[in-house]
Ligand binder design. Structure first.
Ligand SMILES: [Zn+2]
Length: 153
């Protein structure tokens, strides 16, 4: 189960700055939640220095009907569809009503992939040992300073 983490979609690098993911619906699974909130993302960024909103399908390594890279893509690199300005406010308003999704920020701390990259972070845990989540539903991490995984900093 994997998909293209929207926090890593910053191509073309000359065009995109200050990427901030506003909604991450996770993997584009073949079975969705029935409400349509799965499998796509919305982000805000500066597009050639102009504030913009972008959307994309996150893709999946499991769903044979979609690519792991998601859509749109350019020469195999994940990209954003930059929303025309007249639609941006409507999308911004609607995603405020999005259900809480447990964001899957890969690679997690404590996974073999993360450890191989030199990550020494861990997942914050409650007293009973279960993972702790923030108010947005994202897992809380006990970060280590200077972790080589950008999303851990
Ligand atoms: Zn780390």
């Amino acid at each position: 189960m994997d998909y293209t983490n929207p926090r890593t979609v910053d191509s073309p690098k000359a065009a995109i700055r200050k990427l901030k993911v506003l909604f991450d619906g996770g993997e584009q699974a073949s079975i969705d939640d029935g409400k349509g909130w799965n499998g796509w993302s919305v982000a805000e960024f500066e597009w050639y220095d102009v504030p913009a909103l972008g959307i994309r399908w996150n893709g999946s390594t499991q769903n044979p009907n979609v690519s792991a890279v998601g859509n749109p893509q350019s020469r195999g690199l994940a990209t954003w569809f930059v929303l025309p300005a007249p639609l941006a406010d409507a999308v911004r308003t609607r995603i405020k009503e999005a259900p809480t999704v447990v964001h899957d920020i890969r690679p997690f701390p404590e996974t073999p992939e993360a450890i191989a990259l030199g990550c020494k972070c861990s997942i914050a845990r409650k007293r009973d040992g279960s993972p702790a989540f923030d108010s947005d539903g994202g897992p809380l991490y006990a970060m280590t300073k200077g972790c080589p995984i950008p999303s851990h900093n």
